[in-house]
Every structure is written in structure tokens, then in C-alpha cells.
Design a protein around this ligand. Structure first.
Ligand code: SF4
Length: 355
């Protein structure tokens, strides 16, 4: 389901733009449609009122809990069942200053990053814009959400219209600050064009770019079906958007032992990012069964972060607890798909790990 279709349906039921906004606001904020002190008879047309229970049921069925997994650090990973039975993952980040949720934008992913479980499945299907917002509505039934990062399963650039439609709703009726909506991509010229074309009246999200290496040849190996932007071109385009939006770019770097934690990469990062309006997020890889990479020790990762800091790069070392999509993305879903038996609501304590 797409948000535009929902708006059209509400319009056909007699809803004016204010009525539509109210329905979408209550849904995306996980509030019942009869919320508020005034009876809805006072201001909603009868045709719309009569249809609301069915619409509420349909919206609730867009995303339901398949299973939930509590991390030791307070993160909560959720396998979400879509109406057709497909599964995606959303993650409540560990409690922090701003309660954040990571959402999926596709079932599977076509980019095929060699360190990512989701990349092994290929693309299964796109998520509709309403399914993306439905993950937030579902999450808000349990915890507040004031920041949404589009770093779950899928490459948002490959589902651009739906992701931007979801961003527009979350940044208005959904009451999420625009800089707290984080569009994450491996880097696609269409994303830069679409975001740069947004004017001040539109929702302008922040941007996270998956860099992972400063070497063009290695990037082609690690992200085999990403657009052929070199790391230099990617940072150049990122810097333009950072200056345009006035939000720093978050560069994502999944740390793979012996692969992209070398002296050459440190020099490359200093060359690429020094003086840029940027934050570098180093995320030690989350090892997955059958995946060919190793996670560096925390001490080695911290030493690398310190070296970059000393050379003028604003670097954050992130615990792999849903901060990053790349490491263990899709592992829970893969496990759930393999499981025999029907879905049910379960809460399973697990070690914190990235989506
Ligand atoms: S890391 Fe992101 S872009 Fe790469 S395969 Fe996984 S989901 Fe797709």
C-alpha cells in the first residue's frame, strides 16, 4: 500500500486535507483513531467515520510482530511480518539521547555487499511507502521514536519514491524532526539529484553514505552492484549535500579485519574527509555464519579511531547494536525464514548485534 493511495481513498470517503492529516497523524503516531477529548462525530464526515474501523484494521495488518529480540544494551530487534507474509527487520537502537528506530525499505537487496546477509538473497520485493511508515507505527506501540534511520534491509536508493513518500509523512504528520530522518545509501546519483532538488518547504532528510573503503577497486569488490561512483566522487557529492542541507554526512565504515583497517585506508580517509562536514562511523563487523570476514578486536578498532581523531577526522566508534545496517543485516530474518512452524510473538534475549 502507498500513502498516496491511502490519501485518495480517504478523499473518496469525504475526507478533506485536514481530515486526511488527522488519520495519518494518529496512525503514524500509534494513537487510536478516536483519540482526543472531542468526539469524532463532531468533525469527521459520516462516510469516513463508518469506514475508519476497517481502515484501522488494514493499517494494523501492514506490519505485525513476528518475533522480538532484546539486546543486552537495551536495543530491541524486531522481525516484522508484512501482510503477504514476507519478513523484514526493524531495530530500536540502544536507549540514548534520542530514541531511534532503524527501518527496512526492501525485502532483500540487490546491491549484494559481500559482508551482508541481506545481500545474499537478492531483491525479493520493494516495500510500499505505507509499509515503511507502518514499521514506525508498530514500534511506537512499544517505545517512543524520535529518529528514524533508513538503514535496515534494502537499499533506499532502489526504492526511492516510496522512501521519500514515507519520509515526507514521517517529517510532517509523523512528528519526526527532519534532521532526525536519516536516508542511508551506498551512493546513487539519483539520490543526490532528488535530495538536492528538495526546497525548503519540503522534508529534507540527513544523509548517511556507506563508504567502507577509500579504494575504488576494493569498493567494487565489497559492494559489487553499487553504482560505480569512486570514493572520491561519493565524498564530493556528499559534501555538496552536507553544505546544502546544513547537516553533516555520516560516513559508514564496517570494519573488516585485515581488509579496510590498514595504514593505507587511514591515509586515504585523511585525504578524503579532512575539512569535510562529516562524521565517520566505524562499526566493527558483526560476524555471520558462512560470511568470509572477521571482526577486529574492540581495542584495535579503538586505536584506529584514535589515530583518525588525531589526524583531524571526527570519528565515532559504534557498538554494533543496530547502529549499522551492514554487519549482521538480515541474520534474524534468515533465521526466521528457516524456522519451521508458524509465526508467533516471542521475545528472545540475544547478544546485541547490528541489523
Ligand atoms: S549492506 Fe545494505 S546495501 Fe549492502 S547488501 Fe546489505 S542491505 Fe543491501
Amino acid at each position: 500500500m502507498h500513502i498516496e493511495d491511502l490519501r485518495q481513498r480517504l478523499h473518496e470517503l469525504g475526507a478533506n486535507p485536514r481530515h486526511q492529516h488527522r488519520v495519518l497523524r494518529l496512525w503514524s503516531q500509534a494513537l487510536p483513531q478516536n483519540h482526543g477529548s472531542r468526539p469524532i462525530e463532531a468533525f469527521l464526515p459520516t462516510t469516513l467515520r463508518n469506514a475508519l474501523p476497517e481502515i484501522e484494521r488494514e493499517l494494523a495488518a501492514l506490519a505485525t510482530v513476528h518475533s522480538e529480540h532484546l539486546g543486552e544494551d537495551g536495543s530491541l530487534r524486531r522481525v516484522v511480518a508484512l501482510a503477504d507474509g514476507q519478513l523484514v527487520e526493524s531495530v530500536h537502537m540502544p536507549p540514548g539521547r534520542i530514541p531511534a528506530l532503524c527501518v527496512s525499505t526492501q525485502v532483500g537487496c540487490a546491491v549484494g555487499c559481500t559482508f551482508c546477509m541481506t545481500g545474499t538473497t537478492g531483491l525479493i520485493r520493494q516495500l510500499g511507502s505505507a509499509e515503511i511508515v507502518a514499521q514506525v507505527a508498530l514500534a511506537r506501540q512499544q517505545r517512543p521514536v524520535k529518529r528514524v534511520v533508513f538503514m535496515g534491509m534494502g537499499e533506499p536508493a532502489h526504492n526511492l519514491d516510496n522512501v521519500l513518500e514515507a519520509i515526507d509523512l514521517l517529517g510532517t504528520a509523523g512528528n519526526i524532526g527532519h534532521k532526525n530522518l536519516v536516508f542511508s545509501t551506498v551512493g546513487d546519483p539519483r539520490v543526490f539529484e532528488a535530495l538536492m532538488a528538495r526546497n525548503e518547504g519540503q522534508v529534507r532528510p540527513a544523509l548517511a553514505l556507506s563508504l567502507h573503503t577509500t579504494r575504488a577497486d576494493l569498493r567494487e569488490q565489497l559492494l559489487p552492484r553499487a553504482p560505480r561512483l569512486t570514493p572520491d566522487e561519493l565524498v564530493e557529492a556528499g559534501e555538496r549535500y552536507a553544505r546544502h542541507s546544513a547537516y553533516p554526512i555520516q560516513y559508514q565504515w564496517t570494519l573488516l579485519e585485515g581488509i579496510n583497517d590498514t595504514d593505507e585506508e587511514v591515509d586515504g580517509l585523511v585525504r578524503l574527509l579532512h575539512g569535510k562536514y562529516a562524521i565517520l562511523n566505524l562499526i566493527p563487523y558483526n560476524e555471520g555464519e558462512g560470511m568470509p570476514y572477521r571482526r577486529p578486536s574492540w581495542e584495535a578498532a579503538a586505536a584506529l579511531a584514535r589515530r583518525l581523531h588525531q589526524r583531524g577526522i571526527l570519528t565515532k566508534l559504534r557498538q554494533s547494536a543496530g547502529q549499522d545496517v551492514d554487519g549482521g543485516c538480515g541474520q534474524l530474518r534468515a533465521r526466521a525464514v528457516q524456522e519451521k512452524g508458524g509465526p508467533g510473538r516471542r521475545v528472545i534475549p540475544v547478544q546485541a548485534a547490528p541489523v
